[in-house]
Design a protein around this ligand. Structure first.
Ligand code: ATP
Length: 241
């Protein structure tokens, strides 16, 4: 469904951050993208969602394909319309809008979505958001804002969600809850997910396939069961040795 072929990304004309990165996400699957700080994970998601462009000299080589169409030359709004939604790191929500207004705004990123059924679906996943529906998003806790950010993605009913570090800064119980929802979304709605995570344990448990990147390239990939059994992955990513 998503195919990244040998992408190269350069920042400020000089810093080569992605050095020929390739990966694939199969329809209906969760793929995890792991790697140390600065490896280029967020950059990879931004290249897919159109926040980095060949026109601006940022993508300097390679191709990105989604659903049989080449998308690396499209702009971000067309990429959203084609069914890709990015949940940014740091829970970008509209802080001056209420929870429910944030959800409604999420639906408008893709025309043809029914707002009311979407909202009910989100409230089913996150009853806490229903309780706080009239509260300004800026006053929600970090965990609640993360739920809202994912809720906005559900409203957009995308084919593919790009999820950037959903566990960042959350307490362990909440991390578990968020990952439960990610896997349910995949299992029950068939949403394909590319998941960037520092929490390798959770990511490899939730995903079907994993990619490990270092320094702008994929250095290891495989079914998550294989990766969990790999000695290097155990030592460097899972904290076992
Ligand atoms: P983390 O896990 O720390 O979020 P990451 O793997 O997501 O890391 P990226 O955010 O993709 O890494 O960054 C990769 C490299 O590109 C880093 O060295 C970073 O400093 C650099 N970088 C990111 N954004 C820019 C930018 N807009 N301009 C210049 N350099 C950037």
């Amino acid at each position: 469904m998503l195919k990244i072929n040998n992408i190269e990304v350069v920042y400020n004309d000089v810093i080569l951050v992605l050095k020929g990165l390739s990966l694939e996400v199969e329809q209906g699957r969760i793929a995890a993208l792991l790697g140390s700080n600065g490896a280029g994970k967020t950059t990879t998601l931004k290249a897919v969602s159109g926040l980095l462009r060949p026109d601006d000299g940022e993508i300097t080589d390679g191709e990105i394909w989604f659903d049989g169409q080449r998308i690396d030359k499209k702009d971000a709004s067309d990429i959203v319309k084609s069914g890709i939604f990015q949940v940014m790191e740091g829970r970008r929500v509209f802080k001056d809008l209420t929870v429910e207004e944030n959800l409604i705004a999420g639906a408008y990123t893709r025309p043809g979505n029914t707002v009311s059924t979407g909202i009910e679906r989100v409230y089913n996943y996150f009853p806490r958001l229903k309780d706080r529906r009239s509260q300004l998003a800026g006053y929600m806790s970090g965990g609640e804002q993360q739920m809202l950010a994912i809720g906005r993605a559900i409203m957009a009913a995308p084919k593919l969600i790009l999820m950037d570090e959903p566990s960042l800064g959350l307490a362990p119980l909440l991390v578990k809850e968020i990952f439960n929802i990610i896997t349910t979304l995949n299992r029950e709605e068939g949403t394909t997910i590319l998941l960037v995570e520092q929490n390798a344990n959770m990511a490899l448990s939730a995903a079907h396939y994993g990619y490990i990147m270092e320094n702008g390239r994929v250095v290891l990939d495989g079914a998550t069961e294989e990766l969990k059994a790999n000695d290097d992955v155990k030592e460097f990513y899972l904290g076992l040795s």
